[in-house]
Design a binder for this molecule. Structure first.
Ligand SMILES: Nc1ncnc2c1ncn2[C@@H]1O[C@H](COP(=O)(O)OP(=O)(O)O)[C@@H](O)[C@H]1O
Ligand SMILES: Nc1ccn([C@@H]2O[C@H](COP(=O)(O)OP(=O)(O)O)[C@@H](O)[C@H]2O)c(=O)n1
Length: 227
């Protein structure tokens, strides 16, 4: 797609997409794009303005004034809508539970995918790690490296409940399962598409997972250079 090396990473909630992609980007000297943050930011904007996120027409109309910006430097990550900094707010459970309402709308997906492609084109680094649910298949199917990051449901739930200490493990687990179910009706991120390398982090610690991802990227770059 561009002269930059694009690394596409997909996977279910809690598989380590954000944290592993960010650290891999640092090690590779690449930029980092968290696409889930855009879906979350749109849901946040609708809820913040008291708009009906369950009504697809309202959601589509809101795209016209979605003033989204995101930090693509792995050491300067932020998420904004207009001048509101919402980096933390978009992780709140009231946003997480509503994201599916915007993510299921085809016009939203097309609009945001174009936005992601223009961010990729504008990156000022030799490469960019882009993570989400449909990066290997829709946003950047021609990426140099395409990775599906997985982990057992048990491992993913365990990691998420360590983060969300004020919620019970059972509640976190049920929310994660229900979001994965809703999301997989929209895009398939549970099975690797043709040419996509699966990295299963169930038995790996964080550093081992980052090393595995960086290895896949370096190999893909070598292949792309030498055929
Ligand atoms: N291989 C791993 N081993 C242990 N913990 C991990 C591993 N990968 C990620 N984590 C931790 O799991 C949590 C969820 O990861 P995150 O990057 O938010 O996942 P995702 O973006 O896929 O939802 C984070 O606290 C992260 O540090
Ligand atoms: N490329 C993407 C990224 C996220 N999403 C949606 O945005 C939500 C939040 O994504 P996320 O990556 O922040 O979620 P986590 O996996 O980090 O919990 C997902 O549950 C999907 O509904 C999507 O539809 N397509």
């Amino acid at each position: 797609m561009t002269g930059v090396t694009v690394v596409a990473v997909d996977g279910p909630a809690g598989s380590g997409k954000s944290s592993v992609s960010k650290q891999s980007a640092r090690e590779l000297g690449f930029g980092y794009l968290d696409t889930g943050a855009a879906y979350r930011a749109l849901a946040w904007m609708l809820l913040d303005r008291g708009l009906d996120a369950a009504n697809p027409e309202v959601v589509i109309a809101s795209l016209a004034d979605f003033g989204f910006s995101i930090g693509t430097d792995p050491d300067n990550y932020f998420v904004k809508v207009d001048s509101d900094e919402i980096t933390e707010a978009i992780r709140e459970p009231w946003v997480t539970s509503e994201v599916r309402l915007v993510a299921r709308v085809a016009e939203v997906r097309a609009h945001l995918s174009n936005l992601f492609r223009s961010i990729i084109l504008g990156i000022d680094k030799p490469g960019i790690v882009v993570e989400g649910r449909d990066i290997t298949t829709v946003v950047a199917p021609d990426a140099t490296a395409r990775i599906l990051l997985t982990a057992s449901e048990e491992a993913r739930m365990g990691r998420r409940s360590l983060e969300l200490v004020d919620q019970s493990a059972a509640v976190v687990g049920e929310q994660l399962r229900s979001r994965d179910r809703a999301d997989s009706r929209v895009v398939d991120f549970m099975n690797a598409a043709d040419g996509v390398t699966t990295v299963d982090s169930t038995e790996l610690d964080f550093d081992q997972t980052v090393s595995a991802v960086v290895r896949v990227v370096r190999l893909a770059v070598l292949r792309a250079t030498h055929g």
